[in-house]
Design a binder for this molecule. Structure first.
Ligand SMILES: [Zn+2]
Length: 305
């Protein structure tokens, strides 16, 4: 996600969204004791941690993936909590950030790390240079958007998504080697021009970023493209035999992989005008249609060329 706006009705933010918490999907995983109440940390496997920020509406998830020589931090959350201090408490390995994309809710802690890898695009270069102001983050901290107390060290007034330095620009097919573990970058634009999925072939894990998660998926802002989104899902469907774990960047840590095929089919039928009923609304001044399915929704521009 990236556009959160509490003022434009329930098309984006359902009232009392937090009453759905805790989501049952998390209950099967070991919760890790750590001192910062802003984060919920779960150990999903011996070498993969999920860092879940359930206090804010977007319920963003970052992942810490351990190799033998170093660790990858897949995204850095929204910058409300001190994710660097949290990670320092979880591993002694050197840590490299690998971003699934550079929307504000995934790069909030990037500036705290010396090594950051992001997909090379005009979009991500601009984000690295400028960050994202509080205003550009919309109603991220307002009203019902946050239900947990902010951490004691957090300054709400000065919060913004800070610029950061990228030390490795990624391209499609690049491999990030953690020592005994390789993460392959699969460019999957659509939600944003710089969206990637991250594939661990040996362990059969597939991190989908915001290209797929179990909630409304935003394909409506000016920098999104439904056609590219569909092409990206064709790629993800072709890769289905190679992965079992689908790890999205919002709400829940592991999805049923057949949903990748379902989301592809849904997007195609929306493009072709063959999809079922939709809700109409406005998000950030853009007229949108929202199509609801069992485990996800797609929000697209009402007017498409
Ligand atoms: Zn997001």
């Amino acid at each position: 996600m990236a556009y959160s706006d509490g003022t434009e009705g329930e098309i984006i933010v359902p009232k009392k969204w937090y009453e759905k918490l805790p989501r049952p999907a998390w209950s099967g995983y070991e919760k890790v004791d750590q001192p910062d109440g802003w984060f919920e940390v779960y150990r999903l496997t011996e070498t993969v941690y999920a860092i879940y920020e359930d206090g804010q509406f977007e319920e963003v998830i970052s992942y810490l993936v351990l190799g033998e020589d170093r660790a990858a931090l897949i995204d850095t959350g929204n910058g409300i909590g001190d994710i660097k201090a949290l990670i320092d408490g979880l591993t002694e390995l050197p840590v490299m950030v690998v971003n699934t994309h550079t929307h504000g809710d995934h790069i909030g802690g990037n500036h705290q790390f010396n090594e950051v890898a992001a997909y090379d695009s005009e979009f991500s270069r601009e984000k690295a240079k400028r960050g994202q102001s509080k205003e550009q983050m919309g109603h991220y901290l307002d009203g019902d958007m946050v239900w947990k107390p902010f951490p004691p060290y957090f300054d709400r007034d000065s919060w913004s998504i800070r610029p950061f330095k990228v030390t490795q620009w990624l391209r499609d097919g690049d491999v990030v080697d953690l020592g005994g573990r390789e993460l392959e970058i699969i460019h999957t634009p659509g939600h944003s021009p710089d969206s990637v999925c991250i594939l661990d072939r040996v362990n059969r894990v597939f991190w989908t970023g915001d290209t797929f998660y179990p909630a409304p998926i935003y394909v409506y802002s000016p920098s999104t493209s439904l056609d590219e989104f569909i092409d990206s899902f064709s790629k993800m469907v072709r890769l289905l035999p190679i992965y079992d774990w689908v790890m999205p960047s919002h709400n829940e840590p592991r999805m049923e992989k057949h949903l990748i095929r379902e989301c592809h089919e849904a997007a195609v039928s929306i493009r072709d005008g063959a999809a079922g009923p939709y809700k109409e609304g406005t998000a950030h001044g853009i007229k949108v249609h929202r199509y609801d399915y069992d485990r996800f929704s797609l929000i697209v521009r009402a007017e498409r060329p």
